[in-house]
Structure formats: structure tokens, C-alpha cells
Design a protein around this ligand. Structure first.
Ligand code: PEP
Ligand code: MG
Length: 883
């Protein structure tokens, strides 16, 4: 097998189609080189080697060593420099590059090839001793951190002390001699911590770095990132080795990152940041605050330092030309890294730019309207899950706000929460359902789990392309970055700003759209669903086949769902209505009753309440189908568990505490999910289902009389395993309908159907379809019962299962297509064989998951049902599935 692929200097062994083999970075470097853009020469060690590396226990076979030698010879040929040559040394960068971009997650080493001899050569050839020693100093620091994994704090401290000794504040004030002294100190630090001198052999340096990059694929932070982004561990990373170009060779050199369109709002304007006389990592790390790329952006931000357009007009013009070439070539918004070395422009990376949902919509719709892509491509371009960001509330413009400070609007949306100062605390509190705002001086990849757990992120340092900003945008978390007036003391858990203090646990609100940071929680308003959103949704609705319904049990949920485009209710869980405080007493009375008579008395009190619920829901959903599920959870769920509550409940229910406790003990189940629940309640206490059905039909008749539009209720029986269960329950429902219609002097169409949420039901779907006019796949329970994994206890081990590749994704989030999916397929086939026009839908959480929706499309279900806020996501996912 070939593992090494060259690029640059007129050679391209690969191209953009080779992303799986070369990783995103490697494939695009090869592609840019092949279309004639200025790319420093280099080569990529393919992702295929990553697996070999782990199989071989982290060693490098001779074959690879030979290929790498050829790759180095290629770079030497193009640059005219030689690796390790003391007179004119070739320096290289070593970077990771996986198939999917994982910003900041894996390791990079720059300036590799410097040692005590070559640093003199670099000094001579560049004519800049300061630059040479600074490069060596950076190289040792990075290598010690990334490859040798030494304590990087000690190196930073040595740098700080070197500056303080001279009264300097900036690194750039240090002279060549200062840096030479610092290098000596760094080497001593390495020897002290590592017990070996810093490697002087450039080949040892190279293999060390290559090993570290492959090793970083299995780092904790990379694993977390993969889990959050559904990236399989088996993909592996590639390693890119490339000739160094320097943005830190004086004031005609610079480095920067840019987007071909605004990644936050989607506007068609170049967007980016750069630093004069700096190396690439300086921009991303947020250590120096970068300057704007364009004059317009600088003026809009009221910033002083000249933009690149003003400071380097000629290079800027060339760069703008490259942006257009790349956008037209890739037909998508690009995220670009570049370096200017003594006025010569070099492209270091291009990739499809990460963007907010708002920008994704605007860019897709604009590009379709510009004719750059088709409408189908526009539909396919927007990640349905990202729409979530747009569907949530923003700050109420009329609410009073106590503005503490303002930073950069790094990732849009508003969030309120209690302040925490570290990622672990953020994760812990979020697990207890506490909304948190993570506040950091700057974030690093180690903070990723906390960023994910937080509602919003606030940093004191860093620009719009800092780690915090990029990651937050990718996750859809609101973020304000670079709020420079904040002074954060993470140890003392306190932040200070303008004479005020905010402590851990205090409430804070951030607005990632404006950059404002406010004390306390600020009221929010619902989003505006017009413009690009409406346009793309309309295109999507024109393409999709699957109908989209909502899981909703209150009139308010139904209203939201309709506004989001739901075409019916796919699951109304009636038990949620029972939990309401005004009713729970009657529910408990029913449960405590010892005979049917007692139960009927309590049910008679519940009937008008249920009827009212159904009336409102049917009115809101006028003209659309509404699936109402009869009672499902085990009865003990409605009884108190806390000792303190027993007395109150006993009084309210008119029984003694002893009776209440005895009944609670009787109802106790060891395995309630497989216990007395679902249609088993209806089989043992038919009067419960009878009264619920009566409430449904009375409500439907009332709504029909009142509005003139007859609703079509779909009555659904839960947790059916056998045809006989369904037949018994259907008889109860039909009898209730008949009685109500006789009383009301009218009839109505209605359907009776069942959930398919047990493997037996899926297998016997042929018999069950004799009685069922529809099936709705309850994939939460079906997953639980098929996998034998408790949906309430799975979190403890499922993470490990996903890490080890046992399940590709959490099966409660995305359908286990091979197992649960096969049962659904069987049930659909057998159900249709009995009743060709049977209506088929899905109402588990999977109904809002794009990958599961794609599966529903392949087996031809009629609809998916998702929670109201996921309805637009499902509409878009259904359209993508149909493309
Ligand atoms: C299901 O099991 O998938 C379902 C929708 O029902 P519930 O979540 O209420 O058990
Ligand atoms: Mg269920």
C-alpha cells in the first residue's frame, strides 16, 4: 500500500475527492496545488496508516520510512533547502488532518528541523537572528508540550520572567540574545523534566512529531469531540508534513484566517482576521487580538489598527482573488488559512467553513439564487439539527437589561444561566439540569465537554476565530468572546468588571448576537420564522414525501407545533394531563380505589377535565389528524415517594396514611417498565380506557358541532404485544364511541390503532393489523425491549459502548437500523400484507432525528412525529431523505 501522497511544486498525488484517504486538510492542499494556487510543498501520510500505527503498537515500518524519505526529498527539490542542513535548513510543519474537521482537537508542531546548528543557518539565510532564535524557542516549546508532553506551564513562566526581567510586555520586544538565552533555558527545562536532552537529530524530531499526531487521535479531547459529532474512531487521522512559510519575518509578513462569507450572519462579504509579523497559531490561540481583514469591517467595528486591505493592499487583492477562485471551485463558503512571507502569499488550508444555522440558511438560499448551486443542493447543504439554534428564543428587546460589559458577538443566540468558571463544574451542574454560563479567560480544547454542557460561553480573550468562537458556533451555543474588560479569577471563582463582582452561582445573561453581557436573567421572545428560513422550508416541503407531525399534549405545544409546520399530532400522551396539580388528587383517588365502583367515581370527576383538554387540542389542530394515546405509565408513578408527602396526599384523598402506604407498597414494581402499564392497565381496569375514550369522543363531537369541521381522532393503544389485547381494547373504545354518538345524535369518523413498541408486536404485526387501522412505532420502548437496555439507566454505560464502536450512535437517539430497524421493517411489511392501506408512523424520540428519518423514508412510512421544536428539523431531514 502507498501511504505517502505529495503536493506542491507542480505535483499533486491526490485531490479533493480523496478526503477519506488524505483527510480534509491533505485532500484540499493537494486540490489547491492542482488548480495552481500557491501552496508550500509537502506530503500527506494517509489515514490508512493511522490504523496500522495503532495495530503495530505505535511503531513505523521500514516501508513507511522509505516513503517519507521520498516525501522529504520532494519538498527539498521544490524549496532547494535540505532537511537538517546547517547552512540552509528546510523546516517543516507537522499537522493532523482527519476526514471531518476537528478544529483544535489534535496536535500540530511547527518549525520542525531546528537544532543548535540549523538555527545558525536559518539566522544567516534569513539575515534575521532574532527571527531564527524566536523560531527555535517556539519549536522547543511546542515540541515539549505536544510530543514530549512536558508541563507547558514551566515554559510559559520562563518566557514571562525573561520579559519581566527587562520590563517588557510583548514577546516581540525580546532581542536575539534574549531569545538565545531563553532557548538555553528551555533546553535545560526539557532535560530536567524529560531526563534526556532535547533531540538534535532532525529525523528523530520528525518521527516524534508524526507519532504524537497519530497518538492525538486517541486523546481524551479528541474522543469527546468525536462522540459529540458522531465521528467514528475507525476513520483515523492523516498527517501533513509541509515546508514552513513564515508570517513572522517582519512587517511585510503576516498570517491570518478568513471566510469567503460571514460565518455568523451569512452576508456575502469577506470576513477574517490577520496579524502582522506573527505565526499562524497566534491568531487562533487568541493571544494577541487580531486585526480586521477588510476596511469595511474595521470601520464597522470602529477599530483603529489598519485592516489588511489598507496595510497590504497588493497582497490583499491577490488574496481576494483566491477567495473567489476557491468559492467558485468548491461551490461553497470556504474557511481559509494563509500566510504572507515577505509579501509572498501562501495558502495553508481551505475547507468548507463552519457556520451558524442562520448563516447556513442564508448562504444556501443566496447561492441557489446566485445560480452557484441548485435548490436541491441548497436543501442538502443545511444541517437539519443546526436549525435548533434558530428555533429558540432571543432576548426580548423591551426587557430591561443591566449591561455589565460588551465583547465580540462570536456565536448568536441568547442564554441565561448561573456562572461557572470551569468545564467540569459546568458539566456537573448541567447534569442536575441547572442552566450554566461557562466563563473562561480563554477556552482551550480541554474545555470542550463544559462548553457542550453550558447554555452559553463567555471569554475575556480571543477574537471571532478563537477556539471558543469556532467551537461554540459549531455546537450552536451562544458565545461572547474577547470581553476585554472582564477580569476573571477562576481559582477564587469570581469575575470583576467595572467595580462589580459576579461569583459562581450568580445569574448572567449573554447575547451572542450583539456581544452584550448582562447581570441577571433577561426575558426572551420567540424567534421570527420568516426570510431565508421560510424560503428553504418551502423548498423542502416541495420535495419531501414523509408527513411531519408533532408529539404534543397541551394546546400550547400544539400551537407551537402548528406554527413550526406540523401536519397533525402523532402522539398526545394523556398521562401528562393527569400529573397536573389540580387533577392529581382525583387520579390518586382512582388508584387508591379498591373496586370498580370506587374507580368509576374518581374517573367521573376526571372525565370533564380530560374532555376539556381534548376539546382545546382538537380545536387548535382543526382539520388535522390527532393521535391520542390512552393511559400508559404504571399507576404507582402517580403516588408520592417522599415520606413528607404521604400525610398531605392521604388527607386529600380521604384515606389514612397507613392505607396509602399499603397501597403504594402493593403497587411497587421491581421493573416498572415491563410491569403493569400500557394496555395491561386497560385490560385489568377497562373503565379507565372507557372513560378516556368517552372524553375523546365527547370532545370531538363538541368541536365538530362548534366549528363545523369534524376532527378525526386516532385513538391509540400502547404497549400491545398480542392481537387479542388490541381486540379487547378496541371493543372498549368502539363501545364508548357508539354510546357517545347515540347521546349526541351524530357520528364521526375515527381510527383505532396501536403502538408497536414490543418485539412480539412487530413480529405478529400481521394479526394485529386485523384490528389496527394504524401503527405508530414507539421506538423508545421498542429500542429498550429489543436491545434489553433500560432507557432510564443506559447513560451509565452507553457512552463506553459508543466509544468502543459497539453501537455507532446512542440507539435511543438514532435508530439502531440493523436491529430495531429490521423489526420495524418486518412489522411494516406484515402490517401492509394484512391491511394494504394501514397508516404507518413513528413517534419515539427518533422521529426528530435526521438519520432515523432517512431510515423511515427508505421503508416508506407515512409520517414521523417529533417534539414541536424539532418539527422544522424533521421537515428538512425528510426533504433531504427524499432527494
Ligand atoms: C415510545 O415508547 O417510543 C413512545 C413514544 O412512548 P413513550 O415514550 O411514552 O413510552
Ligand atoms: Mg412507549
Amino acid at each position: 500500500t502507498q501511504y505517502v501522497y505529495r503536493f506542491g511544486g507542480g505535483v499533486s498525488d491526490g485531490g479533493k475527492g480523496d478526503r477519506n484517504l488524505l483527510g480534509g486538510k491533505g485532500a484540499n492542499l493537494a486540490e489547491m496545488a492542482s488548480i495552481g494556487l500557491p501552496v508550500p510543498p509537502g506530503f500527506t501520510i494517509s489515514t490508512e496508516f493511522c490504523a496500522v500505527y495503532y495495530d503495530e503498537g505505535g511503531s513505523f515500518p521500514q516501508g513507511l520510512r522509505d516513503e517519507v524519505a521520498t516525501g522529504i526529498a520532494h519538498i527539498e527539490g521544490v524549496t532547494g533547502k535540505t532537511f537538517g542542513n546547517p547552512a540552509d535548513p528546510l523546516l517543516v510543519s507537522v499537522r493532523s488532518g482527519a476526514r471531518a474537521s476537528m478544529p483544535g482537537m489534535m496536535d500540530t508542531v511547527l518549525n520542525l528541523g531546528l537544532n543548535d546548528q540549523t538555527v545558525e543557518g536559518l539566522s544567516a539565510t534569513s539575515g534575521d537572528a532574532r527571527f531564527a532564535w524566536d523560531s527555535y524557542r517556539r519549536f522547543i516549546q511546542m515540541y515539549a508540550d505536544v510530543v514530549l508532553e512536558l508541563d507547558h506551564g514551566a515554559f510559559e513562566e520562563a518566557l514571562e520572567i525573561a520579559k519581566e526581567d527587562q520590563g517588557f510586555t510583548l514577546d516581540t520586544e525580546l532581542s536575539a540574545d534574549d531569545l538565545r538565552a531563553l532557548v538555553a533555558e528551555y533546553k535545560a527545562l526539557v532535560e530536567k523534566q524529560w531526563n534526556k536532552p532535547f533531540p538534535q537529530d532532525v529525523h528523530d524530531q520528525l518521527w516524534g512529531a508524526v507519532g504524537a499526531v497519530f497518538g492525538s487521535w486517541q486523546s481524551e479531547r479528541a474522543k469527546v469531540y468525536r462522540r459529540l459529532n458522531d465521528i467514528p474512531a475507525a476513520w483515523g487521522t492523516a498527517v501533513n508534513i509541509q515546508a514552513m512559510v513564515f508570517g513572522n519575518m517582519g512587517d511585510t509578513s503576516a498570517t491570518g484566517v478568513a471566510f469567503t462569507r460571514d460565518p455568523s450572519k451569512g452576508d456575502r462579504a469577506y470576513y477574517g482576521e490577520f496579524l502582522i509579523n506573527a505565526q499562524g497559531e497566534d491568531v487562533v490561540a487568541g493571544i494577541r487580538t487580531p486585526q480586521y481583514l477588510t476596511k469595511t469591517a474595521r470601520e464597522e467595528a470602529n477599530a483603529k489598527p489598519a485592516s489588511m486591505e489598507e496595510a497590504m493592499p497588493e497582497v490583499y487583492a491577490q488574496l481576494a482573488g483566491v477567495f473567489d477562485t476557491l468559492e467558485n471551485h468548491y461551490r461553497d463558503m470556504q474557511d481559509i488559512e494563509f500566510t504572507v512571507e515577505k509579501t509572498k502569499l501562501w495558502m495553508l488550508q481551505t475547507r468548507a467553513g463552519k457556520r451558524t444555522a442562520k448563516a447556513a440558511l442564508k448562504i444556501a438560499v443566496d447561492m441557489a439564487n446566485e445560480g452557484l448551486i441548485t435548490r436541491e443542493e441548497a436543501i442538502a447543504r443545511v444541517d437539519p439539527a443546526a436549525l435548533d439554534q434558530l428555533l429558540h428564543p432571543t432576548l426580548d428587546p423591551n426587557a430591561t437589561r443591566d449591561v455589565l460589559t460588551k465583547g465580540l458577538p462570536a456565536s448568536p443566540g441568547a442564554a441565561s444561566g448561573t456562572v461557572v468558571f470551569d468545564a467540569d463544574t459546568a458539566e456537573k451542574k448541567a447534569a442536575d439540569n441547572i442552566a450554566v454560563i461557562l466563563v473562561r479567560t480563554e477556552t482551550s480544547p480541554e474545555d470542550i465537554h463544559g462548553m457542550h454542557a453550558a447554555r452559553g460561553i463567555l471569554t475575556a480573550r480571543g477574537g471571532m476565530t478563537s477556539h471558543a468562537a469556532v467551537v461554540a458556533r459549531g455546537m450552536g451555543r451562544p458565545c461572547v468572546s474577547g470581553a476585554g474588560s472582564l477580569s476573571i479569577d477562576a481559582k477564587a471563582k469570581i469575575l470583576r468588571c467595572g467595580g462589580r463582582e459576579v461569583k459562581e452561582g450568580d445569574l448572567l445573561t449573554i447575547d451572542g448576537t450583539t456581544g452584550e453581557v448582562m447581570i441577571g436573567a433577561v426575558a426572551t421572545v420567540q424567534p421570527e420564522l420568516s426570510g431565508d428560513f421560510a424560503t428553504l422550508m418551502e423548498w423542502a416541503d416541495g420535495v419531501r414525501r414523509l408527513k411531519v407531525r408533532a408529539n404534543a399534549e397541551t394546546p400550547e405545544d400544539c400551537r407551537v407545533a402548528r406554527e413550526f409546520g406540523a401536519e397533525g399530532v402523532g402522539l398526545c400522551r394523556t398521562e401528562h394531563m393527569f400529573f397536573e396539580s389540580s387533577r392529581i388528587t382525583n387520579v390518586r383517588q382512582m388508584i387508591l380505589a379498591t373496586d370498580e365502583k370506587g374507580r368509576r367515581e374518581a374517573l367521573a370527576k376526571l372525565l370533564p377535565e380530560q374532555r376539556k383538554d381534548f376539546t382545546e387540542i382538537l380545536e387548535v389542530m382543526a382539520g388535522l389528524p390527532v393521535t391520542i394515546r390512552l393511559l400508559d405509565p404504571p399507576l404507582h408513578e402517580f403516588l408520592p415517594t417522599e415520606e413528607a408527602d404521604f400525610a398531605d396526599v392521604a388527607t386529600a384523598a380521604g384515606v389514612s396514611v397507613d392505607v396509602l402506604k399499603r397501597r403504594a407498597a402493593e403497587l411497587h414494581e421491581f421493573n416498572p417498565m415491563l410491569g403493569h402499564r400500557g394496555c395491561r392497565l386497560g385490560v385489568t381496569y377497562p373503565e379507565i380506557y372507557e372513560i378516556q375514550a368517552r372524553a375523546i369522543f365527547e370532545a370531538a363531537c363538541d368541536v365538530a358541532d362548534k366549528t363545523g369541521a369534524a376532527p378525526i381522532p386516532e385513538v391509540m393503544i400502547p404497549l400491545v404485544a398480542t392481537a387479542r389485547e388490541l381486540d379487547l381494547m378496541k371493543a372498549v373504545v368502539d363501545a364508548a364511541a357508539k354510546a357517545v354518538f347515540a347521546e349526541k345524535g351524530r357520528t364521526l369518523d375515527y381510527l383505532v390503532g396501536t403502538m408497536i413498541e414490543l418485539p412480539r408486536a412487530a413480529l405478529r404485526a400481521g394479526d394485529i393489523a386485523e384490528g389496527a387501522e394504524f401503527f405508530s412505532f414507539g421506538t423508545n420502548d421498542l429500542t429498550q425491549t429489543t436491545l434489553g437496555v433500560s432507557r432510564d439507566d443506559a447513560a451509565r454505560f452507553l457512552g463506553v459502548y459508543v466509544d468502543k464502536g459497539i453501537y455507532a450512535k446512542d440507539p435511543f437517539v438514532s435508530i439502531d437500523v440493523d436491529g430495531v430497524g429490521e423489526l420495524i421493517q418486518i412489522a411494516a411489511d406484515r402490517g401492509r400484507a394484512t391491511r394494504p392501506d394501514i397508516k404507518l408512523g413513528i413517534c419515539g424520540e427518533h422521529g426528530g432525528d435526521p438519520a432515523s428519518i432517512a431510515f423511515c423514508e427508505t421503508i416508506g412510512l407515512d409520517y414521523v412525529s417529533a417534539s414541536p421544536y424539532r418539527v422544522p428539523i424533521a421537515r428538512l431531514a425528510a426533504a433531504q431523505a427524499a432527494l
